[in-house]
Write a protein that binds this ligand. Structure first.
Ligand code: COA
Length: 320
């Protein structure tokens, strides 16, 4: 049995407002706010990598929880914007944090990454293979955003979140699901070319190409079904769930999910208005806000569901 025993987040200092884009592309604040709910997003410094933001999130986790991380025995970094594909970002975190004996993997599951990471951690801890698993969702999306594409560049931001999963006397993970519509992969993907975007070397990652409308429709159609499935698998009713935390892709997507489920928006935490779409960091950033506000507390039931490029999704319900 296992539970989340530590939690922390980080967002870079540089705040990019919507006016910034008015100088780059043909857009305006009103369009961006109305269509996406995004007011600001954060952008990593030129020398700040995904592993650096990961380290900051883990440092916040340590200061909030008092956890010792030197004995972490496995690190999963969930990202679409790794420092580089080899060595993986988890190995960079292991080195930078002086964690001596940890297995290290990166997983690439786009905006569903963090929840897939929690599922992996739960599996490892419950099987007894590892005892202290660090799950990090971290993104330097500004490195892979095409700032000439007005339909996508206004969406993305940088940030990181981290959780520790450890054995527990009671099971805190109540249900899981995941799945992929691989035939829709062409609606959200990274090109392979190595381009210079906005003065930044995009490394071998290429840039994000998206059919926003198609992704939007897929998300609002499938995610409510998957939320209901998770709740049923846990033997619960929607009323038993204190917070539903979908990936903060776009405020309109969250509003549509809330409406479809007849579940109040006041219990659907979001990070997109302040931080933009931060992919695998968006769920931890949204949860972090509610923890700070004193709303998410120990013992509460929190449903998380990530979704995005694949097109893939992963969900879990946890007792906080
Ligand atoms: N500023 C101003 N106008 C813009 C614009 C921008 N940044 N981007 C697009 N437009 C224009 C379009 O060209 C179009 O003009 P037209 O009607 O003259 O052709 C119009 O706005 C409407 O575009 P459309 O694509 O229909 O807008 P939309 O309501 O679907 O919103 C997104 C676009 C990208 C915000 C929306 O589709 C979305 O959020 N999709 C999901 C994206 C997402 O969450 N991805 C990650 C999933 S993990």
């Amino acid at each position: 049995m296992s539970k989340i025993t530590g939690f922390g987040t980080y967002a870079p200092e540089k705040i990019v407002d919507n006016q910034y884009f008015e100088e780059l592309i043909d857009t305006n604040d009103e369009w961006i706010v109305t269509r996406t709910g995004i007011k600001t997003r954060r952008m990593a410094a030129a020398d700040q990598l995904t592993s650096d933001m990961s380290v900051k999130a883990v440092e916040e986790l340590v200061s909030r929880s008092g956890k010792d991380i030197k004995d972490v025995d496995f690190i999963v970094v969930c990202t679409t914007s790794p420092d580089q594909t080899m060595p993986n970002t988890a190995s960079r975190v292991q080195d930078k944090m002086g964690i001596e004996n940890a297995g290290c993997i990166d997983i690439y599951a786009a905006c569903a990454g963090f929840v897939y990471g929690l599922q992996i951690a739960h599996g490892y801890v419950n099987s007894g293979i590892y005892k202290k698993v660090l799950v990090i969702g971290a993104e330097a999306l500004s490195r892979i955003t095409d700032y000439a594409d007005r339909t996508s560049c206004i969406l993305f931001g940088d940030g990181a979140g981290a959780a520790i999963v450890e054995p527990s006397e009671e099971e805190h993970f109540l249900s899981f699901n995941s799945g992929t519509d691989g035939d829709l992969g062409h609606d959200l993907y990274l090109t392979r070319e190595n381009t210079i975007i906005n003065g930044l070397d995009s490394r071998p990652n290429g840039k994000i190409i998206q059919n926003g409308k198609a992704v939007f429709k897929w998300a609002v159609r499938s995610i409510p079904i998957k939320v209901r499935e998770l709740v049923a698998k846990a033997g619960l009713e929607l009323e038993d769930i204190d917070f539903i935390v979908p990936h903060s892709a776009n405020l309109r997507i969250l509003e549509s999910i809330s409406k479809d489920l007849n579940y109040p928006m006041s219990k659907v935490p979001e990070s997109v208005s302040d931080f933009g779409n931060t992919s695998s960091a968006s769920i931890p950033l949204a949860i972090s806000k509610e923890i700070r506000n004193g709303n998410i507390k120990s013992g509460m039931t929190v449903l998380m569901i990530g979704f995005g490029g694949g097109l893939t999704f992963a969900g879990t319900i946890v007792k906080w």
